[in-house]
Design a binder for this molecule. Structure first.
Ligand code: CDP
Length: 236
């Protein structure tokens, strides 16, 4: 397969066309950003760590029967994925209160959420990724009710697989964001799963091991990502 021109450059990944219109190459860059791109930095090794992390998780999810866009690792910081028609909706599941939920509702950080919550956000940086719901998504054509039902079911299935995976490594999967797209009309998990898009705490000390280290200026960002990876059996 041949790498062609850049199709799109996101905040942390670039997407390239290939000679196969059904396949794309994702390049995980060292760039990291937070607060809708207002805080930016380049962190050495990040592209490699997130690429390998994402590949490991996507393969676990695929093995559990969740359709994902991931196909194969191409290099340290690139992988081949299916070319999805992305749906502009972010799905968030929370097992423990943190981040936006705490800010919005004033609930206590660290409170267990039973049952876990499910939220939808519109992928729209210019408007700060506003919270939406099924009715708005249907009316504005961001996703159909059937697609939304499938996205919700798959997002909770991911929770069953990953909560246990991280718990086995003595970590709590606090919350995470997933994005989906369509491949041959089938709702398929796209984007990435890495510590950039989820919250992970040490189960005993509750130390943050995810992108909150960058958002909050705690330092040791990539070291923490690598430690998470090591605990679940990834070798970088
Ligand atoms: O991250 P923030 O506190 O602004 O928002 P949140 O709603 O608490 O985020 C829930 C989870 O989704 C966190 O793990 C975020 O890292 C992730 N997220 C993301 O990856 N990308 C976004 N645009 C929004 C949230």
């Amino acid at each position: 397969m041949e790498k062609r021109d850049e199709l799109y450059a996101g905040k942390a990944k670039s997407v390239y066309r290939t000679d196969d219109p059904q396949r794309l190459i994702l390049h995980f860059r060292d760039d990291t950003s937070a607060f809708d791109g207002k805080k930016k930095e380049s962190l050495a090794r990040k592209g490699m760590v997130n690429n390998k992390f994402n590949a490991f998780i996507m393969e676990k999810l695929q093995a559990a029967g969740i359709p994902t866009h991931f196909e194969t690792l191409l290099s340290d910081d690139e992988c081949v994925v299916k070319n999805l028609e992305m749906l502009p909706v972010e799905c968030v599941v929370r097992n423990v209160a943190a981040g936006g939920l705490v800010r919005r509702l004033g609930v206590e950080e660290g409170q267990a959420l039973t049952p876990p919550t499910f939220e939808l956000f519109l992928k729209d940086d210019a408007n700060g990724d506003p919270m939406i719901n099924e009715s708005l998504a249907e009316t504005f054509g961001w996703a159909t009710p059937e697609q939304l039902a499938t996205m919700k079911a798959l997002t909770f299935q991911v929770n069953d697989v990953l909560k246990q995976l991280f718990l086995d490594g003595d970590m709590l999967l606090v919350d995470y964001k997933l994005e989906f797209g369509l491949f041959d009309g089938q709702v398929t998990l796209g984007d990435e799963f890495s510590p950039d898009g989820c919250r992970l705490w040490d189960a005993n000390t509750r130390e943050k091991m995810d992108k909150d280290r960058f958002r909050q200026g705690l330092g040791g960002v990539i070291e923490a990502y690598e430690e998470v990876g090591r605990r679940i059996g990834i070798t970088f």
